[in-house]
Design a binder for this molecule. Structure first.
Ligand code: S3P
Length: 435
């Protein structure tokens, strides 16, 4: 078993290298595999989740060559996927399974998609429902919409879909299926969620209508099928969700100054910066090319004192993956931090509300779980503890950062799962601890 052993550290003064964005890496491999021609992807996140997508696309007929660290050359299929010869293993990755559902739905093939223990418990009904309405056939072998999922694709009807939950994965699955349907497919979001699919599809030559809200003023994304993707090179910026751990550590530890270059600054993902600023953090974010399809730039965080805040409503989808580490920030801060409207956290890699609340309580924090969030009474000193991470990378890394603020030793067990999104986290943590 791999574990992190962490103690409180002094001010962190460092320039940290943050690996590629997970959401964009998945999409770059998928879109280049669907496109006609050869794309070169750089900055790709070579972590388990995104490598599951690479292997899945290979099994569906794309030629993907590893050219060097973070660089893949992809010869696309021109939109004609091959029948996979065995199961398509999605590992721990919900993004792989949900987006692939949309892609396979329109192909005259049958694919059985499997996942690990955590993925096998995650709800897939949210993609099965709209894709079935479009004409695909699904069997959820796990029962109750749970994996393994068998998809039998074919020719699809377009769909106008109002998403019941704000999910970029559901939005993406429907739009990807819509690429092959004859006519207009549209998705209405209950609250804006990450828009990498829209931005990157446009980069790969797809025409989208992003400017026509629905009658209630909600964002509506539409495309007219059929449309083809054209190959193009794409540079994946650093993952703001990975930078988030150091944003919290740096902003709460007085005397720190942490610089991170090339971090994705997409406005549907940068909510962590506004939340931390509201808590009193000193963060500057300087875009290097604000006109790029996916903006990125340098983030500098300087240490100080944090105070509690409320994180709720339309802000939630923007910080959905950062809520565990923001809960840690709330425990270190003075005053009360309230997280609500975040029921989705209960169906992530684990129930992240229960996991983070339990771990923080084990370290001496005062945390009350609610159905859709938690209330954290900050300012209670943290002490070391032995923490579990329930196969969830972000719970493991959040526990490690909490340990940097605790008296005594914090041990996080079974941290192999960190390889899902941030394989170099352990090495960066060791350097911060002066090891
Ligand atoms: C993702 C979307 C989010 C996020 C996940 C990655 C994506 O999930 O939590 O880590 O790449 O589209 P939902 O869309 O289900 O909220």
């Amino acid at each position: 078993m791999k574990r992190f052993t962490v103690r409180a550290c002094g001010p962190i003064k460092a320039t940290l290298v943050i690996p590629g964005d997970k959401s964009m890496s998945h999409r770059s491999a998928m879109f280049a595999s669907l496109a006609e021609g050869r794309s070169v992807i750089t900055g790709f996140l070579e972590a388990e989740d995104c490598l599951s997508t690479v292997n899945a696309m290979r099994s569906l007929g794309a030629h993907i060559e590893h050219m060097g660290q973070g660089t893949f050359a992809i010869e696309g299929t021109g939109g004609h996927l091959a029948q996979p010869s065995g199961d398509v293993d999605c590992g721990n990755s919900g993004t792989t399974m949900r987006l692939l559902s949309g892609i396979v739905a329109s192909q005259p093939i049958r694919a059985r998609m499997t996942g690990d223990v955590s993925l096998s418990k995650r709800p897939m009904g949210r993609v099965i429902k709209p894709l079935t309405e479009m004409g695909a056939r699904f069997t959820a072998e796990g029962g109750d919409g749970k994996p393994p999922l068998v998809v039998e694709g074919g020719s699809l009807k377009p769909l106008s879909y109002e998403m019941p939950v704000a999910s970029a994965q559901v939005k993406s699955a429907v739009l990807l299926a819509g690429l092959s349907a004859q006519g207009e497919t549209s998705v209405v979001e209950p609250a804006a969620c990450r828009d990498h699919t829209e931005r990157m599809l446009q980069e790969f030559g797809v025409t989208l209508d992003l400017g026509t809200p629905d009658s209630n003023g909600r964002r509506r994304i539409a495309l007219k099928g059929p449309q083809k993707l054209r190959a193009r090179d794409f540079a994946v910026p650093g993952d703001i969700s990975s930078a988030a751990f150091w944003l919290v550590a740096g902003s709460a530890k007085e005397g720190s100054e942490i610089t991170m270059h090339g971090i994705g600054l997409n406005p549907t993902r940068d909510g962590i910066i506004s939340v931390l600023r509201r808590m009193g953090a000193d963060i500057t974010a300087t875009p290097s090319d604000p006109t790029a399809a996916e903006p990125s730039g340098t983030i500098v965080v300087t240490g100080g004192k944090l105070t509690g805040t409320v994180i709720a409503g339309a802000e939630i989808p923007n910080v959905i993956d950062e809520l565990p580490i923001l809960a840690v920030a709330g425990a270190i801060a003075s005053g009360t931090t309230i997280i609500r409207d975040a029921k989705e956290l209960r169906v992530k890699e684990t129930d992240r509300i229960a996991a983070v609340a339990g771990n923080l309580r084990a370290m001496g924090a005062k945390v009350t779980e609610t159905e859709d969030g938690m209330v954290i009474e900050g300012g209670h000193p943290l002490h070391g503890a032995t923490l579990q991470c329930f196969h969830d990378h972000r719970i493991a890394m959040s526990g490690a950062i909490a340990g940097l603020f605790a008296e005594g030793e914090t041990v996080i067990e079974h941290v192999e799962c960190v390889d899902t999104s941030y394989p170099t986290f352990g090495a960066t943590l060791a350097s911060v601890l002066g090891r």
